[in-house]
Ligand binder design. Structure first.
Ligand SMILES: [Zn+2]
Length: 308
């Protein structure tokens, strides 16, 4: 049985790859930059070089395959990326077929947030369950749904877009065309925007708002309560729909947990009968930025049949 796989995390900023054993042990990790300005061909070449470096070190015979996590929707059957704002040059590009051709090994693509959810299920906070939802709070809010141990894809691979659930019907406009999406009211970007509205200054970041809250600033605390309520509204719906045992949060605003979680929990309690009646955990994810790498590496180990 093949003993390790290679996971790749292709982001708009970083290009990372890791050889990870079947037991979840990281054998070696390579971290590089995504050279967006050099163009698609250069990025694919860099990626192939990283993969080959790891394969040369740990052997082609023991390699289960390669998994790549990328931002954007993945048309699972075609192995193509569509709608990635971070990697516009990869629109419609058959990345898995191209990389597979160059390295001679099967390659599986997955959306980066789905990969992160899978990583948390494999080696993170979701190890003891088969069903979970992960929400990643960042510039936007990404999400991944793990059902029965596998990523829930939907019919075109576009499921799990929890960041675009409507939480305020007439709320802030979102890049997706909707108003009041969760990510416009609860992401790091949204926290920073609320900070600017509160008069904290033009360059205010979500970290600045957190610092102010820690210093006892009442307006900063209200921002986190508002953000927590928005999260709670969304999570209550997820709990009502899925009745999963675990909902995880990750991303930059996580240290502010004590400021936003009480409002979040109160909202879920108020809005979800399922939450009131069934033991349900809402917790911090534990792998941070590594979750996507773990999830990407896990893809080749998954039962092929489960991916349809
Ligand atoms: Zn949206």
């Amino acid at each position: 049985m093949s003993s390790y796989s290679i996971g790749v995390d292709l982001g708009g900023t970083n290009l990372r790859a890791a050889a990870i054993g079947r037991d979840g042990k990281v054998l070696r990790k390579i971290s590089g930059r995504t050279k967006l300005s050099a163009g698609r061909e250069a990025i694919v070449t860099d990626m192939v070089t990283e993969i080959e470096k790891l394969r040369d070190q740990f052997g082609a015979g023991d390699l289960a395959g390669v998994g790549i996590g990328v931002p954007g929707f993945i048309l699972i059957k075609e192995g193509k990326i569509v709608g990635s704002n971070n990697l516009p040059e990869f629109e419609g590009y058959p990345l898995s077929a191209e990389v597979s051709k160059r390295i001679g090994t099967p390659v599986i693509l997955e959306n980066d947030a789905n990969a992160a959810a899978l990583g948390e299920k494999w080696m993170g906070a979701g190890r003891d369950v088969d069903d979970l939802v992960l929400l990643t709070l960042g510039t936007g809010i990404g999400g991944g749904i793990i059902s029965d141990g596998h990523v829930l894809h939907g019919y075109l691979g576009m499921a799990g877009e929890v960041g675009h659930m409507t939480v305020v019907p007439t709320g802030n406009p979102c890049g997706c065309g909707n108003h009041g999406c969760l990510e416009k009211h609860a992401s790091a970007t949204a926290i920073a925007a609320m900070g600017r509205l509160m008069g904290f200054g033009d360059g205010t970041t979500s970290e600045d708002v957190y610092k102010l809250a820690k210093e006892g600033n009442a307006r900063a605390k209200v921002i986190f309560e508002t953000m927590g309520s928005a999260l709670g509204i969304a999570i209550a719906s997820l709990v009502n729909i899925f009745n999963f045992p675990l909902y995880l949060l990750s991303g930059g605003p996580l240290p502010a947990w004590d400021f936003f979680a009480p409002a979040m929990m109160a909202e879920v309690q108020r809005r979800s009968y399922t939450f009131q009646k069934a033991k349900t955990r809402i917790e911090k994810a534990t792998l941070g930025n590594e979750a996507g790498l773990f999830g990407a590496a896990y893809l080749p180990f998954e039962d092929d049949k489960a991916r349809g």
